[in-house]
Design a protein around this ligand. Structure first.
Ligand SMILES: Cc1cc2nc3c(=O)[nH]c(=O)nc-3n(C[C@H](O)[C@H](O)[C@H](O)COP(=O)(O)O)c2cc1C
Length: 176
């Protein structure tokens, strides 16, 4: 079952681990630009940035492993660099934002990570989503402690499915 694809919504995965970039250096270059750009010559500027200036995008699910009870440094750097989209006209405003986290401890900070992600999304003026009822909490919440990892986490997978359902139902209400 692919809830998003079945609803006719196209998806793309951008794995942060495939790209090399670090955090924002607060150089101020992007302040006042009309078109998003960044002074740092790296994967974020050359590969992410052009792909994320896409007016057809309805929303993003931001995903992270739980590292030390919160989002990974890669995702934090990603959000810090995303200030360019805020400074060039709040380009992510009113896009949908969902959160997915994976931790190896049963209560290792998955919910805190989801809230960190949604907090960052709110700073863009995005619409922060829960997963859909009946699991409705803070997003997709997975435990990788089973021998086969998250594949065995049926309760966690249900929250991920319900996040997809939530995104589809809100997208339909917004865009028909
Ligand atoms: C540096 C580091 C810190 C971690 N901290 C936590 C933690 O605080 N809580 C937790 O549940 N798991 C923690 N883990 C475990 C990862 O969240 C877990 O291995 C997760 O499955 C990684 O996601 P992946 O399987 O998609 O790579 C940590 C792992 C690493 C490498």
């Amino acid at each position: 079952m692919n809830i998003i694809a079945d609803a006719g919504i196209q998806t793309e995965i951008l794995p942060l681990a495939d790209y090399t970039f670090s955090g924002c250096v607060d150089c101020g270059y992007c302040s006042g630009l009309d078109v998003p750009n960044c002074s740092q010559d790296d994967s974020y500027t050359n590969e992410f940035l052009p792909r994320m200036v896409d007016t057809d995008v309805v929303g993003y699910v931001f995903a992270s492993p739980v590292y030390f009870g919160g989002m990974s440094s890669q995702l934090k750097a990603f959000f810090d660099r995303s200030v360019v989209f805020r400074r060039t006209g709040f380009r992510w405003e009113n896009l949908l934002a969902g959160a997915l986290s994976v931790g190896r401890s049963r209560h290792g900070g998955q919910e805190l990570t989801e809230m960190e992600i949604l907090r960052s999304a709110l700073i863009h003026g995005m619409i922060a989503l829960s997963d859909a009822a009946p699991t409705a909490h803070f997003g997709a919440n997975l435990w990788s402690g089973y021998p086969a990892g998250i594949r065995e986490d049926s309760a966690g997978i249900r929250t991920a499915e319900n996040l997809g359902k939530k995104m589809v139902s809100i997208a339909r209400k917004m865009y028909g």
